[in-house]
Design a protein around this ligand. Structure first.
Ligand SMILES: [Zn+2]
Length: 87
């Protein structure tokens, strides 16, 4: 048995029964006996969430964009406020 290299805390085993299409052994979660779906892997991050219709990465990017446009709007308003103070 080995610890998941992504640091999710799961212990993994390998089995001949579970191989990927390319013939690589797929890590099996030792608790559930199912192929390990690592919550820490890039794969999980890029996978679309059926409820959101977006992957975690896409959601984060979306939020970042919204933050940036809010920041810009705020800055513009502040500038106007500053200007009006001196006019
Ligand atoms: Zn893992």
């Amino acid at each position: 048995m080995m610890q998941c290299r992504n640091g999710c805390g799961a212990t993994l085993t390998f089995s001949d029964k579970h191989k990927s299409a390319s013939g690589k052994m797929i890590p099996i979660d030792s608790v559930s006996g199912q192929p390990h779906q690592c919550p820490n892997s890039d794969f999980a991050m890029k996978k679309k969430d059926p409820e959101l219709g977006k992957s975690v990465i896409e959601v984060v990017q979306d939020l970042q964009q919204r933050m940036m446009s809010l920041e810009k709007m705020f800055e513009e308003r502040m500038t106007k406020l500053e200007m009006s103070r001196w006019s």
